[in-house]
Design a protein around this ligand. Structure first.
Ligand SMILES: [Zn+2]
Ligand SMILES: [Zn+2]
Length: 269
């Protein structure tokens, strides 16, 4: 299994300034499928820049109706379906991805809903496919329909919190994760409403106890504080390796033993 970050920026100001890229990330070779998670602005272009083929996608996941998560969703559907000529793939998203919910969404046009299977995921919902199980996880965020996930195959469990504030029950949704990936917008102790800070993530790690923790989706203050240093700081207080994702970082992870991983920094073409 391979995790590749096509963007590690998050929040409005990192996105509009592109201080970090905002293309989301790929999970390739999980239960034989290729996933693109939260394709923010640049997801298509960054895929090609880093030598990744968006037409080999099987599953697109969009966690909520904020631009830094859904912007390139429609064009990736076009890539996945060979320009809407083939019926292919699965789009999984929050309710607001597919329909208007109060002032959020929809993020995908009716035209783009016609060539792929669609699945609205709610927190606490578990869907079983042949090769894997996906469970919707709770978020406390601006879009009330926002959802994270836990993906489970025979060998490996990956959890993604998406954008959420920390809450004392959040770990219940992510327990059992071998790999925990989180949006960590702010450094240090100080979180803002609906987002986690590094210290929130440290608490979550200590509760979930995964084999590998990864932080991404950095706001401007986090970028200034240096996400790598923040990860090192909390790694000392947690008993697991913590990685700060960077643009173009690709992590090869052994499905059977996620503590065994190798990092590659992809060149831009
Ligand atoms: Zn975001
Ligand atoms: Zn958001």
């Amino acid at each position: 299994m391979k995790l590749t970050f096509l963007g590690t920026g998050g929040g409005r100001f990192t996105t509009i300034t592109q201080k970090r890229m905002t293309g989301g990330f790929r999970i390739d070779g999980f239960a034989g499928k290729n996933f693109h998670i939260d394709p923010g602005p640049g997801a298509l272009v960054r895929s090609f820049e880093f030598g990744i083929d968006p037409s080999n996608l099987n599953i697109l996941f969009i966690s909520h109706a904020h631009t830094d998560h859904y912007n390139d969703g429609e064009i990736l559907i076009e890539a996945m379906t060979k320009g809407m000529t083939e019926k292919k793939g699965l789009v999984i998203g929050s309710r607001s991805v597919f329909e208007k919910y109060r002032r959020w969404g929809p993020c995908i046009s009716n035209y783009h809903k016609t060539r792929s299977d669609l699945l609205t995921l709610f927190k606490d919902q578990t869907i079983e496919f042949d090769e894997f199980i996906i469970k919707g996880t709770k978020t406390s965020h601006g879009d009330p329909t926002g959802v994270g996930f836990q993906l489970k195959s025979n060998d490996l469990t990956i959890s993604y919190t998406s954008d959420t504030g920390y809450s004392p029950d959040l770990h219940n949704y992510h327990k059992g994760a071998d790999i925990l990936i989180s949006s960590v917008l702010r450094p240090g102790k100080k979180s803002i409403k609906c987002h986690m800070s590094t210290d929130n993530f440290k608490d979550l790690i200590n509760e979930v106890k995964p084999k590998l923790g990864i932080i991404t989706h950095f706001g401007l203050k986090m970028i200034k504080a240096n996400p790598g240093k923040e990860a090192k700081r909390i790694e000392k207080q947690a008993d697991v390796p913590i990685l700060a994702a960077s643009d173009g970082m690709s992590i090869n992870i052994s499905d059977k033993n996620p503590s065994n991983f190798e990092i590659e920094y992809l060149k831009r073409f």
